[in-house]
Design a protein around this ligand. Structure first.
Ligand code: FNR
Length: 359
């Protein structure tokens, strides 16, 4: 494929933002609805003593959820990044920027990403590239925003449906391994909403990465977004492709210690979804669509309030579950039902054990 011009690349970013907002459905049912907790009426916990902090790649995070990768590279998306970063910084939340490819090709676009570090000087910030950049470009992406970690996104479904997307995906694992060897911050490989299978996670462990974000289905759907950008809409039958986030966690963890630390994102709608992911073994939980919609509807101050509310609600839910810290959530009794249970069993998850593990 020919490389996109600056103008083409930049307008794609604006379209993604606009379509993600237009197609986003608040409180749409998804596979998290198949995951519930056994209620025990004597939780023996105190909200004041519940510790909601977590640890990601050896760094302490005060809050176990984060603003996941979205955007940057145009004047409009720079404003979004500034607002997201301001809210994240005020609420002690980590934040990832969107793909920096446009700024690696054209340094004139870098400010739309650098703004995140300016607005959130002390936050844990993640840079973002795909597996096709060179190791030198990956290093530059990290330096551009003084990042604490680097996300590498795997977006095969998106590329193939994107009218101007890559069609040759043969060298991605080599690319990930070369990037992981070159950068001196932790590398977190993520999907963009179609999920990482256990097989993929195992391959990534062999590539020398530090963690994965399963970024499963159930929220922002990049097949639907790219399809809406095609004049002929001819891939609409693919909507719903991929594994939902809850299923990815059930498969990746499989009841055993995973080979890599696992973060989760994709379709997280509320604090209960955050706690579900943590209980299924995620060390932190990423949110894009919902926070973007919050920013768009309620502005930067509304986003900051939402981030603070989620933090308090996570604390409340942990109290209800008798979990004094995030790790203790992994000993709660979780019931997985319906389609997710059927799929998880096919992938080898021990759901009976999960339902009775607190005893
Ligand atoms: C994204 N996402 C994304 N991911 C990534 O690694 N690099 C990127 O540049 C982008 N760009 C992007 C733009 C917009 C507008 C959205 C909403 C999302 C994907 C994102 O990080 C996440 O994996 C998915 O959106 C699934 O999470 P939600 O939206 O269901 O919470």
């Amino acid at each position: 494929m020919s490389r996109p011009t600056r103008r083409e690349h930049a307008s794609r970013k604006d379209e993604h933002l606009e379509l993600a907002l237009r197609l986003h459905r608040t409180d749409r049912p998804n596979a998290f609805d198949d995951v519930s907790f056994v209620h025990h009426a004597l939780p023996a916990a105190s909200t004041r003593e519940v510790d909601v902090s977590t640890s990601v790649c050896g760094s302490p995070w005060p809050v176990p959820f984060y603003v996941n990768a979205m955007t940057g590279g145009t004047p409009a998306t720079a404003r979004v990044n500034a607002d997201l970063a301001r809210g994240a910084a005020a609420a002690g939340v980590a934040i990832a920027c969107g793909s920096q490819h446009v700024a690696l090709r054209d340094p004139g676009c870098a400010d739309g990403f650098e703004v995140i570090r300016r607005e959130a000087p002390h936050a844990f910030v993640l840079a973002n590239v795909g597996p096709t950049v060179s190791p030198e470009q990956a290093v530059r992406a990290v330096e551009m925003i003084g990042a604490d970690a680097l996300q590498v996104h795997l977006n095969a479904a998106q590329e193939l449906v994107m009218p101007e997307g890559d069609r040759d995906l043969r060298h991605w694992s080599r690319g990930v391994a070369d990037i992981a060897a070159a950068v001196d911050v932790p590398v977190v490989v993520k999907e963009v909403g179609f999920g990482l299978s256990r097989r993929t996670v195992e391959t990534l462990a062999g590539c020398g990465v530090d963690a994965v974000d399963v970024a499963g289905a159930g929220g922002t759907d990049f097949i639907a977004i790219e399809n809406a950008r095609r004049p002929d809409q001819d891939y609409s039958y693919l909507s719903g492709w991929g594994q939902p986030t809850a299923l990815c966690l059930l498969e990746a963890l499989g009841g055993e210690d995973p080979r890599l630390p696992v973060l989760a994102s994709g379709g997280v709608r509320n604090p209960l979804d955050v706690v579900r992911c943590l209980a299924l073994g995620a060390c932190a939980v990423g949110v894009s669509g919902h926070f973007l919609r919050t920013l768009s509807g309620r502005g930067a101050h509304g986003l900051e309030q939402e981030l603070r509310t989620w933090t308090e609600h996570v604390r409340t839910l942990m109290t209800l579950l008798g979990a004094p810290d995030v790790r203790a959530l992994r000993r709660t009794d979780v019931l997985v039902m319906g389609r997710t249970a059927e799929q998880a069993r096919l992938l080898g998850a021990d759901l009976d054990r999960l339902a009775r593990r607190s005893g």
